[in-house]
Design a protein around this ligand. Structure first.
Ligand code: AMP
Length: 283
């Protein structure tokens, strides 16, 4: 695996591959890699000649300094994982290499997607995401970039950015990879104490029950039920549970048979914020 920390040598390497007509799959990450990340990389490997993974903990998408400081960093282990699955290129830039001493976000208009759910609770988050992802796309110039449905709102926002800015690449959304007990894999899971780790699968269990209820009950009833379940939970604190239309992320008012819905949840386990979502069916 080739490792680059600077953009110019990476660009030169990738241009030479493009000249050879090689297709480039790109998986941007913040590191502390787990099997969820690897599932994206495996998907990229299947469909491309060359796979580039980036590891960059992007400061502009964190609204809380302590969350940025506490974000797990496991570079040596990450490199070994990437080597074990034959990743071709790792891009691991410094903050300065990306931001040139000006750590700030550009302002994006994602047609309102940015103000829903995560956008309500994480100030400036999607401007930070847009800034880093667009910058990385400019450096790597991939044919296809892979994102997890775990961050479904982010996936829709990136698709919107590609469309609005007329970027020449495809975005592929990949399924959520879970632990055996259903907890969605996340780099943040390693920070859970044993009691919180034991409690956390309650999130997906509740989502699955909500999915079943949604077939026979109104969205309002399902939302109230989930809120009640979490009120009664001693360790997990619900930040939001929303049922929204997949494309616009508009909160459902009444069910419309031609629309696709998903349930979205954010929960605090101690000071660790976990998100998850599930696709819903109407019958
Ligand atoms: P992160 O390192 O958390 O920024 O994630 C990098 C990419 O991996 C994003 O596109 C995430 O949506 C994706 N990802 C993270 N966790 C999972 C998971 N459990 N299953 C599938 N994709 C994931």
């Amino acid at each position: 695996m080739k490792v680059f920390t600077e953009k110019q040598p990476l660009k030169a390497h990738l241009s030479s591959k493009k000249i050879e007509n090689k297709s480039i799959g790109f998986v941007p990450t913040m590191g502390a890699l787990h099997k969820g990340h690897l599932s994206l990389i495996e998907e990229a490997k299947k469909k491309n000649d060359l796979v580039v993974v980036s590891i960059f903990v992007n400061p502009t998408q964190f609204d809380k300094e302590e969350d940025l400081v506490n974000y797990p960093k496991t570079l040596d282990k990450d490199k070994k994982m990437l080597e074990s699955i034959d990743c071709d290129v790792l891009f691991y830039p410094s903050v300065n290499e990306i931001y040139n001493n000006n750590i700030s976000s550009d302002s994006f208009d994602f047609d309102g997607l940015e103000f829903k759910m995560e956008g309500k609770f994480r100030d400036g988050h999607f401007n930070g995401v847009g800034t880093i992802v667009k910058t990385l796309f400019e450096i790597v110039n991939p044919d296809v970039a892979y994102f997890g449905q775990k961050d479904f709102q982010q996936l829709q926002i990136i698709k919107k950015m590609v469309k609005k800015h007329n970027l020449k690449l495809k975005i592929k959304g990949c399924p959520i990879y879970r632990e055996d007990d259903g907890l969605a894999m996340s780099s943040r899971n390693v920070r859970l104490s044993s009691s919180l780790r034991e409690a956390a699968p309650f999130i997906y269990k509740t989502l699955k029950k909500a999915r079943k209820k949604f077939k026979t009950k109104s969205a309002e009833k399902v939302v109230s039920w989930v809120e009640k379940e979490f009120k009664e939970h001693s360790l997990l604190k619900l930040e939001y549970f929303t049922i929204a239309e997949e494309k616009t992320l508009e909160t459902i008012i009444t069910k419309e048979s031609d629309k696709k819905y998903r349930a979205f949840i954010a929960v605090f386990a101690g000071d660790i914020r976990l998100i998850d979502n599930i696709k819903l069916k109407q019958s």
